[in-house]
Ligand binder design. Structure first.
Ligand code: ASP
Ligand code: MG
Length: 405
């Protein structure tokens, strides 16, 4: 008998039919004698709708009340899922995050889990129930309802699996697992049977988002092995775990294309101490997340200057332009140039550490495709390049073919 945590995302519980399917799947595991804890998200679209409703009342609602509101999404699905299990004669009980013993700090709308005391979960399991826990929510030690940030049900599942010392943690979603590339863009992309936490995190940062990154970080910290798999079929998914020696035999695990990036170039930034600090402090104060940063070598005679380029989320571009225009004269920057038509293409793999020539091979492949490289950045297990958005997909296919084809 195993203790299994199964998490079902919004699309997997998106309508009554799907909720009944979830119940059938859970019932099958239960029939094998396993103990099952189910974590569910709100039905797809529900959280977004609740946010929209709140904004119709006022533009900046109280964050405490937002949590009160958003927590109802998951409370709906836990009750419906319990009923669906009852309807197939399986004992089941639903618990809110608070009832499941999930204690968080008091940072409303992005609370961090402080500890989990799963006493109630254990006693309900021991009484023969499937226990259904509301994802995404917890409560402070003062009894205030909190939520864990968008996509937070993943975190609930991973953290519960750690606290319960579960034998297995399955994250059910609408894709079959983690792929070598987005199969909608690269038809011969393959599903990976395993991937390391770090590779998964780098791929997410590169634009291949399967799960909330915070939950993968949490899993890494507490060594929670989990499987990402589809709730729509029986195919085995992708196991996410600590890196093993054999993982290094594969040079590249995956390729990702992020089309949601934009680039800003600051032309002729006076080459003086403190200017980069001022520029990026202004962006940070405006809560703008900057990704790649490249500064050219100093140029010009007399008063020297450099060019600084950086990438950011497209959604932040206007805000960033405003922020930079406001300090332009003050800092002596000549021009702020924005470019929305870029793509960030990345290759990720722990095998990069022990194989040489990976960057050269990527750049040669791009050259053969006639793709110009605009910016380059690397980490120990990732190489990213900024290229023309129009060439993004063909470049991705070529790089995938070169390393993984
Ligand atoms: N319902 C929440 C959201 O949409 C949490 C989740 O789905 O994981 O962000
Ligand atoms: Mg979700």
């Amino acid at each position: 008998m195993a203790l299994i945590v199964q998490k079902f995302g919004g699309t997997s519980v998106g309508n009554p039919e799907r909720i009944k399917n979830v119940a059938k799947r859970v019932a099958k595991y239960r029939a094998q004698g396993d103990q099952v804890v189910v974590v569910v998200s709100a039905m797809s679209g529900v959280t977004d709708n609740l946010i929209k409703l709140a904004k119709e009342i006022m533009p900046l609602p109280s964050e405490r009340e937002m949590d009160m509101l958003l927590a109802t999404g998951e409370q709906t699905t836990i009750a419906l899922t319990a009923m669906a299990l009852h309807s197939v004669n399986v004992s089941a009980i639903s618990l809110t995050g608070a009832q499941a013993g999930i204690v968080t700090d008091g940072v409303h709308t992005k609370a961090k889990i402080q500890n989990i005391t799963p006493k109630e979960v254990h006693s309900m399991l021991d009484a023969g129930n499937v226990v259904i826990v509301a994802g995404f929510q917890g409560q402070t030690s003062q009894g205030q309802i909190t939520t864990l940030g968008r996509g937070g049900s993943d975190l609930t599942a991973i953290a519960l699996a750690a606290a319960l010392k579960a034998d297995l943690c399955q994250i059910y979603t609408d894709v079959d697992g983690v792929y070598t590339a987005d199969p909608r863009l690269v038809p011969n992309a393959r599903k990976l049977s395993e991937i390391s936490y770090d590779e998964m995190l780098e791929l997410a940062g590169a634009g291949a988002k399967v799960m909330q990154s915070r939950s993968v970080e949490f899993a890494k910290k507490f060594g929670v092995v989990f499987e990402v798999r589809s709730s729509l079929n029986e195919n085995p998914g992708t196991i996410v775990k600590e890196e093993t020696k054999s993982m290094e035999d594969v040079v590249i695990r995956g390729v990702a294309l992020d089309k949601n990036q934009a680039k800003i170039t600051l032309a002729a930034v006076p080459d003086k101490p403190g200017l980069a600090a001022r520029i990026f402090k202004a962006l940070a104060d405006a809560s703008i997340n900057v990704d790649m940063i490249v500064q050219t070598a100093s140029h010009g005679s007399g008063s020297k200057a450099t060019d600084i380029s950086f990438t950011l989320e497209k959604a932040d571009l206007l805000k960033a332009q405003k922020t930079l225009d406001a300090i332009k004269n003050d800092t002596g920057v000549r021009e702020v140039i924005a470019d929305e038509k870029i793509g960030k293409l990345s290759i990720v793999g722990v095998g990069m550490r022990s194989h040489s020539g990976v960057a050269a091979k990527m750049f040669e492949t791009l050259a053969a495709e006639g793709v110009n490289i605009d910016m380059i950045s690397t980490s120990e297990i990732k190489i990213s390049v900024v290229i023309d958005l129009a060439k993004g997909e063909s470049a991705m296919k070529a790089v995938h073919a070169a390393f993984l084809g």
